[in-house]
Design a protein around this ligand. Structure first.
Ligand SMILES: Nc1ncnc2c1ncn2[C@@H]1O[C@H](COP(=O)(O)OP(=O)(O)OP(=O)(O)O)[C@@H](O)[C@H]1O
Ligand SMILES: [Mg+2]
Length: 214
């Protein structure tokens, strides 16, 4: 079964952003979405990740229509199965990096993965307040927080936007290894084509459609 099926998704805010988009994500699959600023990439990701209701169309996760799920089921789904890294990362400001990770792991019944912190090169920053971390360090803490939950589907909106090229590719290595080892899948929105093309499939959001590039 596919991890996610999107069927005939359309959405507009002031203008029509996209119409009739259909897409499916399989286990161990990575899908990149590129496109110019304002084309609707984040909006599409918000819809796929159940954060926003589309004007029309349906999103099925694990075979179930999210619009028909009970509130309780949807909360559990978000908490246990979906890993969302937003374009603006929302860490709890007054807390240390460690405390931010602790909240996520407590909620999802997991433990903090020290190996992951080493891989992301943030173990030495773990007791610092997040406000004292650099933008790139904060980004890596939010990535650690998301992966600590062991989600099945990753929704990544510019996850490496604050990172230099080498660090960005190292972080992407972690995501690719993660989806492979956990039979998970990921959607990646990025402006960096070389990172996009590391994914199994690449689409451009253009003229209100998803055009397949790879
Ligand atoms: N909640 C909202 N209410 C009204 N308009 C919105 C809302 N969210 C997004 N938009 C508009 O929808 C369009 C697409 O926004 P979106 O954030 O999806 O673009 P994007 O492709 O992610 O851009 P970027 O590459 O700059 O992140 C923009 O014109 C934006 O102003
Ligand atoms: Mg965006």
């Amino acid at each position: 079964m596919n991890l996610l099926n999107a069927k005939n998704i359309s959405h507009k805010f002031d203008t029509q952003l996209f119409s009739d988009i259909s897409l499916e994500l399989k286990q161990k699959e990575s899908i990149a979405i590129i496109g110019s600023s304002g084309s609707g990439k984040s909006t599409l990701l918000h819809i796929l990740s159940t954060m926003l209701k589309p004007d029309s169309g349906s999103v099925f996760i694990d075979g179930e229509d999210v619009a028909k799920m009970s509130k309780k089921k949807l909360i559990a789904l978000k908490r246990d199965m979906l890993g969302i890294v937003f374009q603006a990362h929302y860490l709890f400001r007054g807390f240390s990096a460690y405390e931010n990770l602790e909240v996520a792991t407590l909620l999802s019944n997991q433990t903090i993965d020290v190996k992951l912190l080493k891989l992301l090169n943030i173990e030495q920053n773990i007791d610092q307040k997040v406000t004292n971390l650099s933008g790139g360090q904060q980004q890596r803490v939010s990535i650690a927080r998301v992966l600590s939950k062991k989600p099945k589907i990753l929704f990544l909106d510019e996850p490496t936007g604050n990172l230099d090229k080498t660090t960005a590719n190292e972080v992407m290595d972690i995501f690719f290894k993660y989806i492979d080892e956990h039979s998970a899948g990921m959607f990646l929105v990025t402006h960096d084509e070389s990172i996009a093309y590391r994914c199994d499939r690449v689409f451009a959001l253009k003229d209100r459609e998803l055009k397949r590039l790879k």
